[in-house]
Design a protein around this ligand. Structure first.
Ligand SMILES: [Zn+2]
Length: 128
């Protein structure tokens, strides 16, 4: 199953007669924002040619998408976060650890998982 990010596609059209570099850039950006199709083999070859890590899950992609998503936590904890407007890791900057613990559904286990993900992503709670 593939999901198309139509908004992104509208805002980011592949240039006409793109250069090899433009094709790579477009597909890297595309992979970070949309999953309607994978990076084609031909583009992966081009990336290799330019000495880029030619992997569908390249570190570049992870940098853009992987570090800001909420980790897998229990559904009630996730709902608790959503209820205060948190749907990505960086949103936690606007809140304190104490505040999260007072939320209904948020337990110490989910909080620890969150904190580990935040550490990895370099996100800190709001200073008191
Ligand atoms: Zn797409």
């Amino acid at each position: 199953m593939s999901k198309i990010n139509a908004e992104w596609h509208l805002a980011n059209k592949m240039p006409k007669n793109p250069t090899e570099k433009q094709r790579i850039d477009w597909h890297l950006a595309h992979a970070a924002h949309c999953s309607c199709r994978e990076i084609p083999a031909g583009v992966l070859e081009l990336m290799k040619k330019y000495g880029m890590p030619a992997s569908k899950k390249s570190s570049v992609i992870k940098e853009k998408t992987g570090t800001n998503i909420l980790p897998h936590i229990a559904a009630p904890a996730l709902r608790a976060l959503n209820s205060i407007g948190v749907d990505k890791l960086s949103d936690l900057k606007r809140h304190t650890e104490k505040e999260l613990l007072t939320l209904h559904g948020m337990g110490p286990k989910a909080l620890n998982t969150l904190k580990a993900a935040m550490k990895e992503a370099g996100v800190n709670f709001q200073a008191k």
